[in-house]
Design a protein around this ligand. Sequence first.
Ligand SMILES: C[C@](O)(CO)[C@H](O)COP(=O)(O)OP(=O)(O)OC[C@H]1O[C@@H](n2ccc(N)nc2=O)[C@H](O)[C@@H]1O
Ligand SMILES: Nc1ncnc2c1ncn2[C@@H]1O[C@H](COP(=O)(O)OP(=O)(O)OP(=O)(O)O)[C@@H](O)[C@H]1O
Length: 274
Amino acid sequence: MISFPNCKINLGLRITSKRPDGFHNLQSCFYPVGWSDVLEVIPADAFAFSSSGLPIPGDPQKNLCVRAYRALKADFDLPPVQMHLHKIVPIGAGLGGGSADAAFALKTLNEQFRLGLGPLQLEEYARPLGSDCAFFVQNRPVYCVEKGDVFEEISVDLSGYYILLVFPDLAISTAEAYAGVRPHQPETDLREHLTAPIGNWAATVHNDFEDSLFPKYPLLQQIKQTFYEEGAVYASMSGSGSAVYGIFNAPPVLPNQFSGYVVWQGKLEKQFRG
Ligand SMILES: C[C@](O)(CO)[C@H](O)COP(=O)(O)OP(=O)(O)OC[C@H]1O[C@@H](n2ccc(N)nc2=O)[C@H](O)[C@@H]1O
Ligand SMILES: Nc1ncnc2c1ncn2[C@@H]1O[C@H](COP(=O)(O)OP(=O)(O)OP(=O)(O)O)[C@@H](O)[C@H]1O
C-alpha cells in the first residue's frame, strides 16, 4: 500500500510554559499542506526498512516509520513488512515531516492488516512517537495545546489560497529551537485572531520561535520580508523552522531571491487523507 505523508504549517505558535517533563506547552493552529513524502508498505518474509530521496540522519532502525511498526507490533500479531520511504519534505524544517511519516505508517498498517483502530486509538499510538505525530492521524486544521498533541476545534479554512514554502537549506533541530525560547503567557486569545480575516494576521498572529531564531539566522527574517514584498497576505516561519511560508490570493511568481533554495508551492486545501 502506498501513502503520501504530507506536511503541516503552524498558523501562530505561542510557547506558554515549560512542563515538568522538560517539554513545553504551546498554543498553535496546525494546518495540513500538500508537500509530501511517499511511503510504501508491502507484506514480506522478514521486516525491512529502506529509504531514498533526502538522506535521513541517524540509525535507520530508529526511523519513525520503524518505531511506528514496532509500537503496533507490540500489541498486534502484525506480519513482517517491507517499508520504503521516499523522503521529499526537508528535515529540520518545522514542517513535521518525520511525524507525518510515523502517523501514515500507523494508519497504513491499521488499514492494510485490518487492526480496527479508530482515530482516537491511532492518536494514542502516535503521541509517544513525537509531539506533532498525533495531528497527522486526522490531518485537518486544528487548534493544538499542551505538547501540540491535544486538539480543539477551530474554524479556519484557507481553501483557495496559494502557499509558497521556502526551505533555505538550514536544518534547525526542534530541541535546539526550544532551548532558545522564553515561555510566556499571552495576553490575547490566538483563536480569536485566527478566526478574524487573514488580512489582519500579519499584526496579530505570531510564531514565538521567530523571536530567538530570526536574530540568530537573519536570512529567515529576510525571506519573510520578501514574501510580504511579493504580496503575501500572511507570512511566517513554520514551527521551529527553518521553513518560511507565504500565503497568497493568487499563484505567486517565484522571487529571484529564492532561486537556489528548496521551494514548494501549491493550493491550500482543508482536508487531506485522514
Ligand atoms: C515545533 C513543533 O513542530 C510545533 O508544531 C513541535 O512542537 C515539534 O514537535 P516534534 O518535532 O514532534 O518534537 P518531538 O520529537 O516530540 O520533540 C523533540 C524535542 O523538542 C522539544 N519539545 C518538543 C515539543 C514540545 N511541545 N516541547 C518541547 O520542548 C523537546 O526538547 C524534545 O526532546
Ligand atoms: N522519517 C523520518 N523523517 C525525518 N526525520 C526522521 C525520520 N525518522 C527519524 N528521524 C529523525 O528525526 C530528526 C528530525 O527531527 P526534527 O523534529 O528536527 O525535524 P522534522 O522531522 O523535520 O520535524 P520538525 O517539523 O519538527 O522540524 C532527524 O534528524 C532524524 O534523525
